[in-house]
Ligand binder design. Structure first.
Ligand SMILES: NC(=O)C1=CN([C@@H]2O[C@H](COP(=O)(O)OP(=O)(O)OC[C@H]3O[C@@H](n4cnc5c(N)ncnc54)[C@H](O)[C@@H]3O)[C@@H](O)[C@H]2O)C=CC1
Ligand SMILES: CC(=O)C(=O)O
Ligand SMILES: [Mg+2]
Length: 628
């Protein structure tokens, strides 16, 4: 590799906070092109701080490119062209090739990003299995981020199940076997002294906006995946970029490797993580705390996204940090927000007041209780009841049956609020979902149990006897763990069900010949917008009120508000606009609570939305930007 190109790769500026899209005046037409070299693409993100530019100068004299990497380099004289455009495309591209020492290293035919997307998509389609497609996309991301993201955005509906749930679950299970190249930061519990230095490898302190971190204990519904958890941090960050325009270079995936209790991994010679049973207790807490403090110190602006921690840690960690740093637990809060938004739309479609809903949670772990909390808050808000009374409308079943007060000793603090008095349930088999459904007559049944097919025909039909439009959300991921399929739910309820699922499903054709879209009720619908709002406002904390506003903004965009048979959540194709509205709601609330550190936030709705829109990263090649 020529040394100038190597230097640029090594020092590639990450772009400044989401503002990398502001092109210099008059160069928009030139945005489509990039310099590349075989096997390795150069990022052309421009930065607000001193950086490069291939934007044509408005002078014909020689000038110096004032970049830290190319100081003293003399640009050749450039003749302005007519009509305000200075360079022909080929001049620009050849200039770029010269600039980066790439002459002769590339074939002569230079193609636009759109042409490259077509090629990449054709290559993608030639892969026979979803996991091969997933591997292809992983490689593409490492080779060329703008091409990866543009390809993904152009085919989002088709590719989301491949780069996220369900296929990403398979990739995570096989992490150590399909491993080619590391990505992200690996912190290991037996080397706490390495945390600061490891995070220091990542990027300049001001360059990171979001850190996504997992300890790999409860990945999707597939349990303990140890160090493979790095892939869920990566996947979530890909969604921040794809769905909300967070700059990809300004995100950092981290795994906290605390050992694993997955015996298959411990027995596997290829396993790349710490081969030790999971470390718990004080050492675990100290490790998490060391990480949080080091991340705060190194990246003082960054917002921390916790993902797929085990049931005994997820809520505890959130409770420990949420009132002192900007952080968010996706499984507890993201899942709660998106599910409440879908329930709100379903309640409107079925003409039931949210304050009157009776809900049954099947699987009262991290996600289940997170959802229950959001629903009980909404019930309280809509009915004027106390939170305690609102919780009485929510029933939680876990692996030992309905959560009862006599189980107190084995319940975590979050579950305790939902424990029912034993004496009220003496005549019911509380271990049977069917019997509990008979008793509760719920409007809403949510599955976060990881128990496939748990919502049987009998259960669903029993529920349907008592309500006009049963609201049933099988949310366990990946797809094979769903508690029921939409097709069965429509069939068993004669098309009356209002459903949304944790992983994507094809539309279902009902008996009347209608195609019914199935909303994907996945936290990915909402967390990118929440993160975007937190980053742009530089929120000091993520508060409950911000999440309430985010949920309302999402619920307001549900297609079911216009047509009761339409999807309960917006389509994935609209995700950027959805994220924008969610971000605007979060930012407004951050300002209201005095938690926004960003000073230049516009007040008016249109101005605020435009302010957000222009800061969202777009997948395109940027000309390098001249520094005055
Ligand atoms: N759609 C979405 O956005 C999200 C979906 N999920 C899915 O929800 C599921 C659970 O995830 P987490 O809450 O993080 O896991 P978790 O382990 O915290 O919770 C699962 C709960 O189900 C309970 N359970 C196990 N067997 C049961 C049975 N036979 N009957 C009733 N309960 C039973 C467990 O005891 C546990 O409390 C996973 O499949 C995950 O992928 C999680 C987060 C977001
Ligand atoms: C979607 C997600 O966060 C989960 O299944 O864990
Ligand atoms: Mg998760």
């Amino acid at each position: 590799m020529p040394s100038s190109a190597a230097a640029i790769l090594a020092n590639s500026p990450g772009g400044s906070r989401l503002k990398a899209n502001s092109a210099p005046p008059g160069v928009d037409e030139l945005d489509h092109y990039a310099v590349y070299m075989p096997g390795s693409w150069i990022r052309l993100y421009s930065a607000d701080r001193p950086s490069y530019s291939l934007a044509p100068p408005d002078t014909t004299t020689r000038e110096t490119v004032s970049s830290p990497l190319k100081r003293g380099y003399e640009r050749p004289p450039i003749q302005p062209l007519a009509q305000g455009r200075y360079w022909s495309e080929s001049m620009l591209l050849n200039y770029e090739r010269r600039e980066f020492g790439l002459r002769g290293l590339l074939p002569s035919n230079i193609q636009t990003l759109d042409q490259q997307v077509k090629r990449a998509y054709q290559q993608y389609q030639s892969k026979q299995t979803d996991i091969n497609k997933n591997t292809f996309m992983t490689s593409l991301k490492m080779q060329n981020e703008p091409l990866y993201y543009k390809t993904l955005l152009m085919h989002l509906k088709e590719m989301l199940p491949v780069i996220y749930t369900p296929t990403e679950g398979t990739a995570i299970e096989n992490y150590s076997r399909v491993f080619r190249r590391p990505e992200g930061i690996f912190l290991t519990i037996n080397q706490p002294e390495e945390i600061e230095a490891s995070l220091g490898q990542a990027a300049s302190p001001e360059d990171i906006d979001i850190v996504a971190v997992s300890d790999g204990e409860q990945i999707l519904g597939i349990g303990d995946q140890g160090v493979g958890g790095i892939l869920i941090s990566i996947a979530k960050l890909v969604l921040y970029t794809t769905c909300a325009g967070i700059h990809p270079s300004r995100t950092l995936p981290v795994v906290l490797d605390c050992g694993t209790n997955n015996q298959n991994l411990l027995n596997d010679d290829f396993y790349l993580g710490y081969k030790h049973p999971r470390v718990r207790g004080e050492q675990y807490d100290a490790f998490v705390d060391n990480f949080v403090q080091a991340a705060r110190k190194r990246f003082p602006n960054a917002f921390i996204h916790f993902e797929d921690f085990g049931v005994h840690n997820a809520r505890r960690i959130l409770d420990r940090y949420m009132s002192s740093i900007p952080c968010f637990n996706d499984d507890v809060q993201g899942t709660g927000c998106v599910t409440l938004a879908a329930i709100t739309a379903a309640a409107r479609a079925s003409k039931v007041n949210v304050g009157d809903l009776r809900c049954l949670m099947y699987g009262a772990g991290t996600a289940g209780v997170g959802i229950a909390d959001q629903i009980s808050d909404a019930i309280a808000l809509n009915s004027g009841k106390s939170k305690e009374d609102a919780k009485k409308q929510i029933y939680c079943i876990d692996k030992d049956g309905l959560i009862l007060q006599s189980m107190e000793g084995s319940l975590n603090p979050a579950q305790k609020g939902y424990a029912r008095p034993d004496k009220e349930w003496q005549d019911t088999n509380t271990k049977s979902l069917l019997d509990v459904v008979k008793q509760v007559k719920p409007h809403v049944l949510i599955g976060t149990s990881t128990q496939p097919k748990a919502f049987t025909k009998e259960v669903v039909q029993e529920m349907s006897k008592h309500v006009d439009r049963p609201i049933i959300f099988p949310l366990s991921n990946p797809t094979r763990l769903h508690e029921a399929t939409p097709k069965d739910l429509f069939e068993w309820t004669d098309g009356r069900v209002l459903t949304a699922t944790g992983s994507p499903f094809d539309p279902v054709e009902t008996k009347d010949g209608k195609q019914r879209e199935i909303a994907e009720c996945n936290n990915s619908v909402v967390f990118p917008g929440i993160g975007l709002g937190a980053v742009l406002s530089r929120a000091k904390l993520i508060t409950t009120a911000m999440l309430v506003e985010a949920t309302k903004a999402l619920a307001d965009q549900a297609p079911a508000l216009k047509d009761p048979d339409a999807a309960l959540l917006p389509d994935v194709e609209d995700v950027r606009e959805v994220s924008l509205k969610v971000a605007a709601a979060v930012i407004k609330q951050a300002v209201k609570e005095g938690l926004a550190q960003e000073k230049d936030i516009p007040n008016e709705k249109e101005d605020l939305e435009e302010w957000i829109r222009v800061q969202m990263w777009k997948a395109e090649y940027r000309p390098l930007k001249k520094v005055a």
